[in-house]
Design a protein around this ligand. Structure first.
Ligand SMILES: C[S@@+](CC[C@H](N)C(=O)[O-])C[C@H]1O[C@@H](n2cnc3c(N)ncnc32)[C@H](O)[C@@H]1O
Length: 388
């Protein structure tokens, strides 16, 4: 893939830009195979399946645009070394329906009088605009502002925004008063009747409330969930836990058909994500017995596991980049089930966690390329006990 912003040195976020996609995928496969080699249950050829490839461009369903420039000429993109705005509104890895909305978003910033926040001067109002693409081209548009003045400006001009961006299904204002290098704050005001963005991922319609994590690459995430569900079905457990479940992608794929009877519990620290998962479950399953057998709890994964007298027959884990960490890896090593499905967005912490779980071996594995043009990669593994 070629990118004018990369070639001009304006943005270097996609560190592999210009490297042929087949070479990117082969390099990722080789690197991950090397890291996991000490932990395999058998010969590499028997463990590793085909990598799941992505389209090379337009795959990002989430765009986090930092706002810079002036009210009259805002930039949507990143900040440069001097913390000034760089406009990236034609970024080629972002999904087209999001790019299509950006000119109208920029015009809205001007008409609503939302002064872009200047990091060097610590002045201004609008910090970021975060867009997510859902099912049927629907968008969630979140304005991250410094004060309630920004909130009122967006609220007053909302009808104009909805006319200019008809795909905007959920519009929110997130307040971030502190001068901090984070993307968003804790307080969120939803301005539209719809609070959740529907997202069709794999075989399930998920729902995303504003402050919940969703995977970046919807098509590849669908393949990830399908593969995990296929492995779960091969094992056929009566009960499954999905730790770090987010909006419930793994849990709802593993829950099976209505009436399957499989007990599923998703554990997730974000309340918005838990509420999102419950919305998706209730839309998918109409029967009370299904709703009762698929539960989501807002808790820390480690604390939850510590409190469970007996863990479910199969555990799925999908932690953030830092991985499980020593305490949870050790807990699983000591009293985890026969089978663990570990999906990792950081092969280094995956390898570190596997070293702390010596009773498990990697029986199946696949590289899942959620993040083309970067060195980041998702790895899905099926771990089986070989003894304690
Ligand atoms: C990589 S995301 C995976 C989410 C989900 N499995 C998916 O496929 O979208 C990691 C998730 O872990 C959650 N999380 C972070 N720390 C946690 C903790 N200590 N306990 C439980 N969940 C946590 C985050 O809120 C986030 O939703």
């Amino acid at each position: 893939m070629q990118c004018d912003y990369f070639d001009a040195g304006l943005c270097r976020s996609c560190t592999l830009m210009g490297v042929p996609y087949a070479a990117q995928l082969a390099e990722k496969q080789a690197r991950v195979e090397g890291l996991l080699a000490p932990h395999l249950a058998g010969p590499a050829a028997a463990v590793w399946g085909e990598p799941v490839a992505s389209v090379e461009s337009g795959f990002r369903a989430k765009a986090k645009m930092v706002v810079g420039g002036t009210v009259a000429a805002p930039t949507l993109g990143i900040l440069d070394g001097q913390r000034r705005g760089v406009d990236l509104r034609r970024c080629g890895v972002i999904a087209a329906p999001i790019l299509d909305a950006l000119p109208a978003i920029a015009a809205f910033i001007t008409t609503a009088g939302l002064t872009p926040y200047s990091v060097p001067e610590r002045r201004g109002e609008l910090k970021n605009v975060i867009l997510t693409l859902g099912a049927d081209g629907l968008l969630m548009v979140r304005f991250v502002t410094r004060t309630a003045d920004g909130l009122e400006r967006v609220r007053r001009q909302l009808p104009a925004l909805l006319t200019a961006v008809p795909a905007a299904h959920v519009v929110t204002v997130n307040l971030l008063p502190e001068h901090k290098a984070v993307l968003e704050g804790e307080v969120e005001h939803v301005l539209t009747p719809a609070r959740a963005l529907p997202m069709r991922v794999g075989d399930v319609e998920l729902a995303a409330l504003p402050q919940s994590f969703v995977q970046t690459n919807t098509a590849v995430a669908g393949e990830l969930y399908r593969q995990a569900a296929a492995w779960v079905d091969e094992v056929g457990p009566a009960s499954v836990a999905d730790l770090y479940c987010g909006v419930g992608g793994f849990a709802l794929h593993a829950a099976g058909a209505p009436g399957s009877g499989r007990q599923v519990v998703g554990v997730e620290v974000s309340r918005d994500a838990v509420a999102s998962a419950e919305l998706a479950r209730d839309a998918r399953y109409r029967r009370d017995d299904d709703r009762a057998r698929i539960r989501f709890v807002a808790d820390d994964a480690l604390e939850w596991a510590r409190q469970e007298a007996a863990l479910p027959e199969l555990v799925v884990v999908n932690p953030p980049r830092r991985g499980l960490g020593e305490p949870l890896a050790t807990l699983l090593a000591e009293r985890g089930p026969e089978t663990v499905v570990y999906s990792s967005c950081n092969p280094d912490t995956l390898a570190r966690d596997l070293a702390a779980m010596p009773g498990y071996r990697v029986e199946r594995a696949r590289v899942v390329d959620m993040f083309p043009q970067t060195t980041h990669v998702e790895v899905l593994t099926l771990l089986r006990r070989t003894g304690r």
